[in-house]
Ligand binder design. Sequence first.
Ligand code: ADP
Length: 483
Amino acid sequence: IMPYLNDARLVRELAYINGKWVHGPHDIDVLNPATEDVIGHCTQLEPSQIEQAINGAQAAFGPWRDLMADERAAILLRWHDLILENKEDLARLMVLEQGKSLNDARGEIDYGASFVRWFAEEARRAYGDTIPSHIPNAQLATIREPIGVAALITPWNFPHAMITRKAAAALAVGCTVLIKPASETPFSALALAELAERAGFPAGVYNVVTGKGSQIGQVLCQSEHVRALSFTGSTRVGKILLAQAASTVKKCSMELGGNAPFIVLPDMDIKEAAKAAVAAKFQTAGQDCLAANRIFVPQAHYEEFLQAFAAEMENIKVGNGFDDDVTMGPLIFREAVDKAQELVDDALAKGARLIAGNQDHALGANFFMPVLLADITPQMQVFREENFCPVAGVLPYHDLASLITQANDTEYGLAAYVYGHDIRSIWQLLRGLEFGMVSVNSVKMTGHGIPFGGVKQSGLGREGSRHGFDEYSQLKYYCLGGL
Ligand code: ADP
């Protein structure tokens, strides 16, 4: 790794607990998905060490909560500045372990840092309410209190920003955090811990625990000290964690899978819609919970759209994220490639048309070339499941009412895209789509100021925005009587 970075001290192969760098009984290899080279090792903590980390975070909670919001914010802002000062190194580390293009990685560091700044500023505005009293001679109010130790379990697709989006909210409001990064991408998390240490978080406030997800998840869920659990990942694992967290009634925030419809209205310029759909589909090689999973096009413009989409796909340059003008990297591991092929085979067997995509051009074991499938149906996996790969599925529709029913025909409800101009159709979609986020005529929808989150089995809770504090705080009501 070292030749790629300016500051070699950002590469950490140990976990960070209670202000100390510690190792577990053994390590695992971390691979570069583009080359399959071993880029380093990640220590695997054992359950007793997770317990120690929880105890440290619990001990640190009181003093951290008792700081003034401005004091916590000052440390967060130092962390923010350090992240941006080290942006290039953090981005390079991310390309090495995650595979995305260097430009995308740089963008993620900016995006991730923006949450730290946002929540440092919001810390000053963690307001409660005063309540008109129904009790004689009394004063009633609420105060917003940090919930306690927060466990944050994060995925490999956005190894930086999924940490800052959770941790900054929790830390700013006064919680201490235990972060469990994905085993595929520990280095982004550990570099953030190194910078957190430099920023001056007191020992025990910021912890990163690495190791086997299922084992660590269990210890975190069983602990009575861990009061909040925030998870981003698959719906499958989210359900396991929710069930485990029930035993101690934790406050749970879940950012789970998506199955986004991308809807083109009849009055939309087809080339423009195709360009946007390609961007909404193939970002992060399709390994994005916001990825356009089902692309709905009016029957009258269907073939024209398919041609425009295929033409736009030619601009995607697949390769090693470090290579110039590469826009799409490899998938994270081989099973993801197998899964992508399975989706394509299933669709073709059930009557889909392959319009573009040839795997003979794949650059290595973890690479999957972008695919365009036409005529997908609800019977196909590509329609039903979160694809999480660069396979685009398109289908025609006839009228708005049946379109809305079909777009909602999924257990997921994270994001939806609408492209068009007719305000009445747009409003009917905004009202009818059962998704937590609907973006009209914009591929970009996320940011620090918006409440990110899903409905149905896409999750619980919101991240970012002023609502982001809700997951890590609780209201205390008080009645001051006898006045
Ligand atoms: P993805 O498809 O994004 O990898 P996963 O849900 O498999 O999503 O993983 C997301 C995070 O959850 C990772 O940090 C992973 O290590 C962790 N994880 C996986 N299985 C479990 C489990 N049974 N309990 C707790 N965490 C888990």
